[in-house]
Design a protein around this ligand. Sequence first.
Ligand code: PLZ
Length: 444
Amino acid sequence: MIEQKRILATSVPGPKSAELAARKNAAVSAGVGTGLPAYIVKGEGGILVDVDGNQLIDFGSGIAVTTVGNGNPRVVEAVQRQIEDFTHTCFMVTPYEEYVAVAEKLNELTPGSFEKRSALFNSGAEAVENAIKVARHHTGRPAVVAFDHAYHGRTNLTMGLTAKNMPYKHRFGPFAGEIYRVPMAYPYRWPTGPEVCAEEAFAEFTSLLHAQVGEENCAAVIIEPIQGEGGFIVPAPGFLRQVAEYCRDNGILFIADEVQTGFARTGDWFACEHEGVEPDLITTAKGIAGGMPLAAVTGRADVMDSIHSGGLGGTYGGNPVACAAGLAAIGWMEETDARGRAREVEQIFRPRLETLADKYGVIGDIRGRGAMLAIELVSDLEAKTPDADLTKAINAYCHAHGVVTLTCGTFGNVFRFLPPLSAPDHLLNEGLEVLEDAFAETVR
Ligand code: PLZ
């Protein structure tokens, strides 16, 4: 048992981590960065233990993956059991029940009162690739519309869908064709104000889609119901619903990329439920399997079944160990009311973030839902000038003081919180105290 307590045994990262970092630099491509190079040897609940014996508070869940907590015992046990039985057959060769059971669970839990089918993959990017494949095949149309600030992955097609150049796209092109970008209903930065954001963004969306794509050429519109890497941007209320309705009216498939938002993270099973939106296709990954690589496309049965047999697949997609972990993680979320816990986490974080906003005058926006929350840092509240340097400084302070924090945002000025849902209140509060110290130490 690891005590749910922060312990600073050495500096963070400590000497043993520094040695590993030197080996990393000599062995691993420089293209693979490490945010906080403290090398982890063990994890439990909301704590990560590094090689130097430091106990770090986890405010990132490995980017929204270990929602059920680090080393969730139920997931560990399911993985161990499955590994003893068999590790792999390839579902396309000789199938097994766990894959089918995950698909059944996804079809049941995802929004949409219609009949559904699922297909399983290994990563979020792979799920997005396949959702686009399905949409193009089903509609017979080429074009895909994505949004400003979108993040959908690092493979060629998903890089094309991702909005931000550095570090994701820079000199990695050319990108796949027939991808069009439209403005996001980003309330905080909407030029004419948040009140008119949904309405005006929707008008721009329809007008651009009509003028530059043509409705009848458009296979799909893909959107994160709360944008992740782009800055935890919650679309102005009503926007998602309007876009989904417009898609339905025009024979365009509405794809919700719930890779980061899915599985209780936002206080619902899926973030688009908050707006009552029923997507044609949903992509999931990350939180689905407590850390094992598993991803999925779930959607309308008529769409998913329009693909010829053999048209979807992959060697490892829906690997039995990952599926066993997925069933255990979802079971844990159902039985512990993980959605309720995500809403409690918001209750713990929000008031303290609001206090920070009042005290320092550098937080332009507090946003997100459930256990997916963020603050946008600015050097001037009026001008909303992004303050990436301050964001970096606060992040570095948290790291050095044993809290694993993450930043995001197109302008690098968003500080985000994605704690595991099994982290106890006192640990979340301890992490928030470090954040408060970080503000005290770093804001001018
Ligand atoms: N769609 C909405 O958030 C992954 C990326 C980290 P993969 N986000 C974390 C990084 O810098 O690579 C993500 C996402 C949304 C798709 C993806 C891609 O998921 O499992 O990383 O491929």
